[in-house]
Design a binder for this molecule. Structure first.
Ligand code: FAD
Length: 395
């Protein structure tokens, strides 16, 4: 089958890999002019890790990644106020856990398909016509083309979802936080392999020292952005962050001074996508487009890769019956992913506590994570993937 995949982030190239594996012809369409670079760090484990291992990508991802040793909370003077030893994640996952830039995982996936699949950068699907036997696509720039299937792997604000399923407002569930991230070179404070976080009521900023003298900053804050709008330009983003963190303690003034050195600033709502079906006719959704779990789940990258594996596997097993494949894809994964979303929503209140007491309680409970049984109790439910992925090799 000839399969158009809109979006070359994580799920898109992973799906292309598995479609190639089964002898199909994927075409990746990415709106960015080149593969997105930089950006935030993600934790990577679970069923996505297992699938990446089947693809032979774990050495590359681990090489690009970081084995974080400590998560440290600090007060406004930079003194440690709580935290835990990050080996708790390694122990729970039998060392099948790493943290890496989302872009580096994307680059590993893209590198594994780029010489075997057509990839179109700087374009996007603009209109979709499904006549039952083919799906005809209009693009922003390229001439129209026909495909057997269209897959939307174009993230939280998916264009394919909007074109085929309806407006974002029908499916987005806002979790009450906004997130911003950027990275810079030459920031003077470094704590190698330690994720350092500072919180004030309703807002939190974290930094992580990376290779090549780079430092990543991640801001998470309650929804108090002026007029509730997501700022559209980097200048607007900077002024929102200045307004929110300009008078904050710890290194905040210095971090904001360095913000001008950032190539770009990521800024978005923290939201989930909830749908009752991920497919319609010859179109299906994948990854954040279908079922964003949000950064609070800390697993969206791995889940997008696992979804790609199941979707391609079911298409292979169904031997051309895409409707049957889409139904099995949803049936296999939807309850599991909804449980992941539920668990992330429960965690939302303690992520960036709204009061000083909440921050104190959060720090104290994190200190207790050095007790293995308590760590299991607090984190086990969200770290464990209660699902066994099907095997499709014999199909
Ligand atoms: C701050 C933050 C921290 C996170 N932390 C973690 C974590 O610790 N662990 C984890 O596993 N996950 C984490 N996530 C979630 C993770 O990044 C996503 O779940 C994952 O990237 C989803 O992959 P995807 O391929 O579905 O979408 P994306 O990675 O968003 O990729 C979508 C791609 O589609 C492209 N695109 C968008 N619109 C169009 C269009 N109209 N036409 C063509 N292309 C388009 C985009 O440019 C992008 O390349 C975090 C997310 C954020 C924001």
């Amino acid at each position: 089958m000839k399969v158009a995949i809109n979006g070359c982030g994580i799920g898109g190239p992973a799906l292309a890999w598995w479609l190639l594996h089964y002898g199909h012809e994927p075409v990746l369409i990415e709106e960015a002019p080149k593969l997105r670079q930089g950006g935030y760090i993600v934790d990577f484990w679970g069923i996505g890790y297992d699938v990446a291992e089947k693809m032979g990508l774990i050495p590359e991802i681990r090489n690009a990644g970081y084995q974080i040793e400590e998560v440290r909370f600090v007060d406004k003077h930079g003194h440690k106020s709580g935290g835990f030893n990050a080996d708790v994640f390694g122990r729970m996952t039998h060392d099948r856990f790493t943290s890496a830039r989302r872009a580096d995982i994307g680059a590993a996936l893209y590198g594994a398909v780029k010489d075997r699949a057509e990839v179109i950068f700087g374009d996007s699907v603009k209109a979709v016509r499904d006549d039952g036997s083919r799906v005809s696509l209009n693009f922003e720039h390229a001439p129209s083309r026909d495909f057997d299937l269209l897959i939307g792997a174009d993230g939280l604000h998916s264009k394919v979802r909007q074109l085929v399923f309806g407006p974002e407002t029908e499916f987005e569930r806002f979790l009450g936080y906004r997130v911003a991230a950027f990275d810079v070179t030459g920031y003077p404070h470094r704590d190698e392999l330690i994720y350092v976080s500072y919180a004030e009521p309703g807002r939190q900023v974290s930094r992580f020292s990376m290779r090549d003298d780079r430092t990543l900053f991640l801001f998470v804050f309650n929804d108090d952005v002026p007029d509730g709008r997501t700022p559209a330009t980097d200048d607007e983003r900077k002024s929102v962050l200045q307004g929110l963190f300009g008078k904050s303690g710890w290194e905040c003034p210095q971090i904001l001074d360095f913000m001008d050195g950032a190539e770009s600033i990521y800024f978005d709502r923290v939201s989930q996508i909830r749908m009752t079906s991920w497919s319609k006719g010859r179109t299906a959704l994948l990854g954040d487009a279908a079922t964003a779990v949000s950064l609070l789940a800390g697993e969206g990258t791995g889940l997008a890769i696992a979804e790609a594996y199941v979707l391609a596997g079911e298409l292979h097993r169904a031997a051309g019956d895409h409707a049957a494949a889409f139904a099995r894809y949803e049936g296999t994964l939807m309850p599991f992913l909804q449980a992941k979303q539920e668990s992330a929503r429960k965690f939302a209140a303690s992520f960036a506590p709204k009061t000083s007491t909440g921050i104190f309680i959060r720090d104290m409970s994190m200190n207790l994570m050095s007790l293995p049984w308590l760590a299991d109790l607090l984190l086990g439910g969200s770290v464990r993937d209660d699902i066994k992925l099907p095997s499709y090799e014999a199909a």
